[in-house]
Structures are given as C-alpha cells and as structure tokens.
Design a protein around this ligand. Structure first.
Ligand SMILES: [Fe+2]
Length: 481
C-alpha cells in the first residue's frame, strides 16, 4: 500500500483484531432450554430394608466407609467409618499390595446425640506420607468382621497431569439417587467434587434423622470407600431444629464428614482448599459468614493469592448456592455471595464454578456483573472472557424432586438448562484443555447431553496473548521472545 507506513499497518491490524475480539465477546449465543421433559418418577427414598442399605455382617463390622483427601497436595487420605456394637479401635492397616498390610495408622473416635438418637462410634484416621499415583489396600475392623478396600492416590501435582473429576450435588437416597450414583461409577472418574446436600436426612423427624444419615453412609459406600469425595455442605446439613432442641448447626455433617481444612490454613472445616493433579480446588460455604472481615472472606482472599497456575493451571470453585441461576427455585439466593466474591473470581480467572442447590442442570456463558453498584446503572451481567463458567449440578436425585420451572424468557447469560437428574464429569487433558460432560439420568439410562471443551483461563488466554504479540511483532519485522 503506497504511502502507508508499517506502523499504520500495525495500527490497522490491531483495530481489526480488537473489533473481531469484541464482536465475538458481544455475540453471545442465545441460550437453550432443553425440550426434554423428564417423566414423573416417584422421588421417594428407598426403604430402609432395601439391599442398598445393607448392614455388613459380623460383630462391630465397620460400615459407612468413606475417604476424602487428607492434606493439601493429595498424598494423604482421611479414612472414616462407623461401628455400632462397641467403640473398637480407630486403626487402619494399609499397604501397597493386597492382603499385605505393612503399615498402621491410628486416629480418633467421636460420637454425638441428636434428639434421642445416639450415633455409632465414628472413626477418622489420617493416613499420610503416601506415594503418589499408587494403589493402596486398606483394612479396618477386627477378626471376621474386618473389611478391606483400596484406593489410588493421585499423581503429584503438575501443570499437565490429566485427571478426571466427577461432579455430584444434592444426592439424597431415592431410586433416582441410586441411578445417579451407578452412572457416576461407570464414568471412570477418579474422585467426586460434591456440591452439598448429602443425605436429606433432615427431611425426617426425631430419631429418623440420625437413622437416615446412617443409611446414606451405607448407600454411598460403594464409591466413597474407594475414592475420595471432596465434601461441601448445603442447607440440608444445617439441621437447625429447635422443635426437638437441636440448635447446633451442621452437627451431624461435622461429626461424620471431616475435611482437610487445616492443610489450607482455614479456620473451619466448612471452607478449605486442596490441590489435586493439575487442579486447585476451593470449597466455599454458602451458609457460613462470608462478608468483608469474616474468617471465610479473609481466608479466600489469601488462598486465591496462593494459587500457582504454573503448578495447578485449573482453578475450580465449589459452592452450594449458585451465583447465576435462572430457575424459579432459589432464584437470586446466590446474589449476596456474588456481590462479595465475583470480582475476585474475575481477577483471578477462575475456570469454572460448580454449585448445587437447584434441582436441575444449568450452564452459563462467561459473564460478569462486577460493574454493578447500588447507586448507578449497569444492572445486567455482560459477556466477560475473564469470567468463569457457572455450572449448576443440583440434580443428584433427592426426595424433593426436580425444579422444573425456569424463568421465561431465558436470560442471555444462560447457555443451556434442563430439569433432569444427572451428574457431570470434568476430564482435564493438559494445562490448556479439559473435556466437560453433563450426563442426563433418563429413567435410569445414562445419556450424555451437554458437553464442551473448557479452555483454561490462565494458559489459553496467555497463549492467545502470545499469539497476538507474535503476529504483531512479525508485522513489525521482529521476532517474539
Ligand atoms: Fe440445597
């Protein structure tokens, strides 16, 4: 082009590139409301005498076995179980070959009462100093009642370590819950990110509350004894029940489901962080104080600063109450947490935020509402490439049934929504890509329904910036470093 300098040419390229980028940001696809209507299916709890709740045979046999990650980086587990006849020992034998238990770890025992129900003896044992990426066998209980299980430790944390997480929320103990659990177990995922509302025992009264916590523990043991479930509490864990003089929040949950909160310097088991494979996972409590100056607020601020995307590229946040939800059920309940934390999620380029609570499935576009303030406009979320994807997976299949009424018309920020039961998987491939699936539980059949490739917010945008810089430098006749 005669008379056009290289600098003018570069300027033109930059304007054109900005236009294309802005256009792609503004041109958000219209959302989809799935036309699939799930048939009514009795959302009733499975009777207590059903085989899924079977009590293991033998005197004082350990039951309700579950494991969770035991430290920050994943080479430790907390193994928990319950005995009923007598306290027994809080002792785990373990080793790297079957039936050959070289090591022993000891822990603690606890119990509690709830109305006139007395819990069994609840054992928690931290097993640490494990080798990464290794299969361990473990044995708990004594004599003929002893039981044996195994688990696989994750690989050491690293930026390109592949790993497959399952995501389950609001599970309960109905026939739908059983389908979800069975479908999840077919997925090949290596641990569960649980989004709160475990047993729905609080739907019962008096001593049945404790009894339904025990049945749920036996129900999920088929998975929880073999791989860690990363716990998060929901409103059904609060169990504030003054009518029977039970007013200590989260009493059953905290006695039964420990978390490795001290490893991330949290002051409460309700919120904490772990690193696993190539992911940094932050668990937040929707039902603990989180406004400015509270312990959860101060902890999260520091934990986000601690995230090292060069070691763990994937930054995942779990919470119970969704921040972006277009269902009539629980609409706007996440607004208080949004107003406090959303700016941080954008600033730190969180990849994805999983929530439960709403008994349906929904995925958002990348949007934010951080320009909003109470005295000036900007009331609506806008497309924001730095924002996480928000995904609600509150559809495990509990007794309360589905949340079938979505707001109409579908708000722009909602990408896909469907009122069915199901679970999700997130398969991390490397530092830039992960494959995400939501699997509908269609009358007992597993149907992959919503899927996409999740691009890492830190590495993919760095790649984009580097590519753009390289291009611009090549226009100038220089090479990128
Ligand atoms: Fe909930």
């Amino acid at each position: 082009m005669p008379g056009v300098t290289k600098m003018q040419c570069l300027l033109f390229q930059l304007i054109l590139t900005s236009f294309v980028l802005l256009d792609s940001v503004n041109n958000v696809n219209a959302g989809i409301t799935s036309s699939f209507i799930r048939k009514e299916f009795p959302a009733v709890d499975i009777p207590l005498d059903h085989e899924v709740f079977a009590v293991p045979r033998g005197h004082n046999a350990p039951q309700q076995v579950h494991i969770t990650q035991g430290n920050y980086d994943g080479n430790a587990v907390i193994i928990s179980w319950v005995t009923f006849d007598e306290p027994g020992f809080s002792k785990v034998q373990y080793g790297t070959s079957d039936k050959n238990y070289e090591f022993t770890a000891e822990g603690r025992m606890t119990n509690y009462t709830f109305y006139q129900y007395s819990s069994g003896y609840i054992h928690h044992v931290l097993v640490d100093g494990l080798k990464y990426d290794t299969k361990y066998y473990y044995k708990i209980g004594n004599g003929e009642s002893a039981r044996e299980f195994w688990f696989q430790t994750p690989p050491m944390i690293g930026p390109d370590v592949p790993y497959k997480f399952g995501i389950i929320g609001d599970l309960g103990q109905t026939y739908n819950s059983l389908s979800t659990l069975e479908h999840y177990m077919e997925s090949g995922a290596q641990s569960v990110l649980f989004l709160g509302d475990l047993s729905y025992a609080d739907r019962y009264k008096y001593n049945d509350v404790g009894i339904r916590w025990d049945s749920w523990g036996r129900f999920v043991e088929r998975s929880t004894a073999y791989q860690p479930w990363i716990w998060n509490a929901g409103n059904h864990e609060i169990e504030y029940m003054p009518y029977m003089n039970e007013v200590v929040p989260f009493k059953s949950y905290l006695h039964r489901y420990p978390t490795p909160y001290l490893a991330s310097k949290s002051s409460s088991p309700m919120w904490y962080a772990i690193r696993r494979a190539s992911a940094h996972i932050i668990v937040l409590s929707s039902y603990s104080p989180f406004v400015k100056y509270t312990p959860q607020y101060l902890w999260l601020k520091e934990e986000l600063e601690n995230v090292d995307r060069k070691k763990t590229p994937w930054l995942i946040v779990l919470m119970h109450v969704p921040i972006y939800n277009t269902n009539e059920a629980h609409f706007m309940e996440g607004e208080s947490m949004r107003s406090v934390f959303e700016e941080w999620f954008i600033h730190h380029k969180v990849d994805v935020i999983f929530a439960g609570h709403v008994h349906a499935y929904e995925r958002s576009h990348r949007i934010s509402n951080i320009m909003y303030n109470v005295s000036s406009g900007e009331r609506y979320p806008v497309p924001d490439e730095s924002a996480p994807v928000y995904i609600t997976v509150g559809d495990g299949g509990n007794q309360e049934g589905l949340a079938g009424r979505f707001r109409d018309p579908q708000p722009d920020y909602s990408a896909f929504r469907e009122a069915s039961y199901g679970h999700s998987t997130l398969e991390i491939m490397n530092r830039t890509h992960a494959l995400y699936h939501w699997n509908r539980n269609d009358e007992g059949k597993k149907v992959p329904t919503d899927s996409f490739v999740l691009h890492n917010q830190y590495w993919s945008s760095n790649v984009r910036e580097r590519t753009l810089m390289k291009h611009n430098l090549s226009v100038l006749g220089r090479t990128a470093s």
